[in-house]
Design a protein. Structure first.
Length: 262
């Protein structure tokens, strides 16, 4: 029951959607640095290829790019087909790709709901469903396969910014993950959510530039998240140490959700 054995992900096959940038890039690097074989997918082909090349050079694991536009169901199917050609099993699926849309309440467009809910919620189900056969194969190898959904603290609390579709989509994702945990657990596949607080990413860039000091003051630990924080949580959920965790929503936010307000 030593630490290297409990948290080992060496040689596991992992898919990280949106794994070329931001939080997804942090997660991808965590797996590669610990010997996993990581596939990175998003519609930004250049970012996927560059990230895969950089991460493989870091090692000891490897990274490969399979670009796909998840807004299109046909592209999701192409991703699944390509992965099935390359691998017999998928040990870990990290559903990280997401989008946001901020606008004042009185101006908030209908198009925002379609765009954000499609990527943040519907496609999580689509991709998980398409890759379930590969996850089931991994589950036959002993430990359960893992589905890790990257949610948000904005799906746990009311956000201060006017991101109506985003916060609603993440709340829906948290519950979808629990529903999947019940269904897929019977197939030896776990489903858990990481509800992330603020991390340095393209999505958070403008917000952090304006509000980082005040945001950090509202977080009990007094800082935003680091790559080690999110990568470490994913490694825990993907390893033997996290094999009995199913249907959980982990708030990875330094305590912002429970921070007391006067």
């Amino acid at each position: 029951m030593d630490v290297p054995t409990l948290f080992d992900v060496k040689d596991k096959v992992v898919l990280v959607t949106g794994g070329g940038k931001g939080i997804g890039r942090m997660i991808s690097e965590g797996y590669v640095r610990n010997g996993a074989k990581v596939y990175i997918s998003s519609r930004d082909a250049k970012a996927c290829e560059e990230a895969a090349k950089e991460l493989t050079s870091i090692g000891p694991g490897t990274a490969y790019a399979i670009p796909a536009d998840f807004y299109k169901e046909s592209e999701c199917k192409k991703l699944a087909d390509e992965l099935k050609k390359r691998e017999k099993a998928l040990h870990v699926l990290v559903n990280n790709s997401g989008s946001n849309w901020g606008a004042p309440y009185d101006e908030y467009p209908d198009a925002a709901w379609v765009r954000v809910l499609t990527l943040n919620l519907q496609r999580v189900f689509t991709i998980t469903q398409l890759l379930t056969p590969l996850l089931e194969e991994a589950g036959k190898q002993g430990q359960p396969a893992r589905v890790i959904n990257i949610g948000s603290v904005d799906g746990l609390k009311v956000p201060s910014l006017e991101t109506f579709a985003y916060s609603s989509s993440k709340a829906g994702l948290h519950h979808l993950s629990r529903v999947l945990a019940n269904h897929l657990g019977r197939r030896n596949i776990t489903s858990n959510t990481i509800a992330c607080g603020p991390f340095q990413s393209k999505m958070m860039k403008a917000t952090l530039e304006k509000f980082q000091p005040s945001m950090e003051q509202s977080i009990p630990l007094g800082r935003i998240g680091t790559p080690e924080d999110v990568a470490g949580t994913c490694l825990f959920l993907s390893s033997r140490a996290g094999a009995y965790v199913n249907g959980a929503t982990i708030a990875l936010d330094g305590g912002s959700v429970i921070g007391a307000r006067l």
